[in-house]
Design a protein around this ligand. Structure first.
Ligand code: NAP
Length: 472
């Protein structure tokens, strides 16, 4: 039987929802999962869409069920599982079949897989999918890397299942080999930064101004109608409104303060460092999760430094809330700027010619970092000359000039009160340094020359020079 339009391997959270989404758009999907019981329960829950699935017990069955040339989506755990699937599929598929890795692959793995498959086939697309379970079911943001020819063949299905922003599908071809997975990685890095900065602003309201989670939830709800409008602000408002059914306490008060991570934020920090791109806010957010994991050490250190209670942040009023909103807005802009700077460097390094405007466009719906600010980023990249950094794009300068003083005030207040704001502080530090025509890096050069005879350039004439300090 070779009737299915497409195959999908991996009926976990993402795969099952993606399969339902594809079927919803009228396609027949052959599905396979390593653990067959999951295929059975998937079919039981498919309801009226069940007729559009061909449940398969083996990979040969799956391949046989798809009409050639076959597109096959792999939505399995990233890493070795993907290599195993490719190895198992290779002898079963034809050269013009397309394997689509839709998981959160490291883009280096995607490049390696593309190289290994070479021209002999099958073809390969590395596709970043964002939006969690809900996005996968109702429309994710889809970031595609590979050859344009392979993309053209699956474009109708991918565009149909993608989220829509004012009827515009949030799905785009971004470049060759690992481009899609790299963009997804940076998406997640920005996500880490935004989440951490929201948590820090929450912390100031909760611990510095003594507001209740519900009060703060209302503040976030209001912010979601303004400059901060975004999915993460929206869900934070909802999270803060929720009570724990067992204790009646706000849910956030009973959740252990140890954040998990699967690695994509860390990859962003690693890749940014490898590219020589400062992404300090994202790095701070990744490190904040790592610090959160040191629960026992933190509890012990809190005893030693008597840091269980912070000094309050002083008077609280309408102006306080406005300053916090502006500070978060400024810091969020800076986090996006760092993410796009990493995209730009990677695009040059890998010859991708990434379409920045399209990236902002497809992040406007379906994905976790969707926000009103992405419209501004789109405008920034519509200008004839691509800005070297979003912070100097005319569309951004006015907003940031207006919001930056609030970021200074908020960070200064937090620091003075002994309250942690690592990501907000890193955003401010980046901004202050980036807008400095002359930093104190000249002193680093002098130190390097002193101990390592590394030499330095002078401001007044060209050449390589050493200081008058003799051997270090
Ligand atoms: P999940 O619910 O844990 O499901 C994992 C799937 O991978 C299952 O179908 C599992 O099969 C399969 N699998 C694991 N190891 C395998 C192996 N060695 N061989 C064959 N199949 C294997 O995970 P998920 O959340 O759907 O995530 C799937 C992918 O999407 C991951 O790359 C993830 O990073 C990415 N992603 C997740 C999200 C999210 O919000 N959850 C968002 C975007 C992207 P069994 O049932 O047999 O174990």
């Amino acid at each position: 039987m070779t009737d299915a339009d497409i195959g999908l391997i991996g009926l976990g959270v993402m795969g099952a929802n993606l399969a339902l989404n594809i079927a919803d758009k009228g396609h027949t999907v052959a599905v396979y999962n390593r653990t067959p019981e999951k295929t059975d329960s998937f079919m039981q829950q498919a309801g009226s869409l069940a007729d559009r699935f061909v449940p398969c017990r083996s990979l040969p069955d799956l391949v046989a069920a798809i009409r050639p040339p076959r597109p096959i989506i792999m939505m399995v755990k990233a890493g070795e599982a993907v290599d195993e699937q490719i190895d198992a599929l290779k002898p079963l598929v034809a050269a013009d079949d397309i394997l689509i890795d839709a998981g959160n692959a490291n883009f280096h793995d995607t490049r390696r897989r593309v190289d290994a498959l070479g021209t002999a086939g099958p073809r390969f697309l590395g596709v970043g999918v964002s939006g969690g379970a809900e996005g996968a079911r109702n429309g994710p943001s889809i970031m595609i890397g590979g050859t344009r020819e392979s993309y053209a063949r699956v474009e109708p299905i991918l565009s149909a299942i993608a989220a829509r922003y004012e009827d515009d599908p949030c799905s785009a071809y971004l470049g060759s080999d690992g481009a899609g997975h790299f963009v997804k990685t940076i998406h997640n890095g920005i996500e880490y930064a935004n989440m951490q900065m929201i948590a820090e602003i929450f912390g100031l309201l909760r611990n510095g101004y003594g507001r209740s989670p519900k009060d703060i939830g209302h503040i976030f709800d209001r912010w979601n109608g303004g400059m901060l409008k975004s999915y993460l602000i929206e869900i934070t408002g909802k999270v803060l409104a929720a009570d724990d059914p067992d204790t009646g306490q706000p849910v956030v008060d009973i959740i252990l303060d140890r954040a998990g991570q699967k690695g994509t934020g860390r990859w962003t920090a690693i890749e940014a460092q490898a590219l020589g791109v400062p992404a300090t806010t994202i790095e701070a957010a990744v490190s904040a999760r790592a610090l959160s994991a040191l629960k026992q050490e933190r509890v012990a250190a809190a005893e030693i430094y008597d840091a269980r209670h912070f000094d309050g942040l002083g008077d609280y009023g309408v102006e306080t809330v406005k300053a916090l909103e502006k500070a978060l807005h400024a810091a969020t802009i800076i986090a996006y700027a760092q993410g796009f700077a990493a995209l730009s460097a990677a695009s040059d390094e890998n010859g991708w010619d990434l379409p920045y405007r399209d990236i902002a466009r497809i992040w406007r719906a379906g994905c976790i970092i969707r926000s009103a600010f992405l419209d501004v980023i789109m405008r920034a990249y519509e200008d004839a000359s691509t800005p070297s950094n979003l912070l100097v794009a005319p569309a951004v300068v006015e907003t940031l000039t207006e919001a930056a003083p609030a970021l200074r005030t908020v960070v200064a207040g937090a620091v003075a009160a002994g309250m942690p704001v690592p990501a907000l502080g890193a955003a401010l530090g980046y901004f202050e340094t980036y807008r400095s025509a002359r930093t104190t890096a000249y002193l680093l050069q002098a130190q390097r020359d002193y101990f390592g005879e590394h030499g330095f350039e002078r401001t007044d004439r060209p050449g390589d020079f050493h200081g008058p300090w003799g051997p270090g």
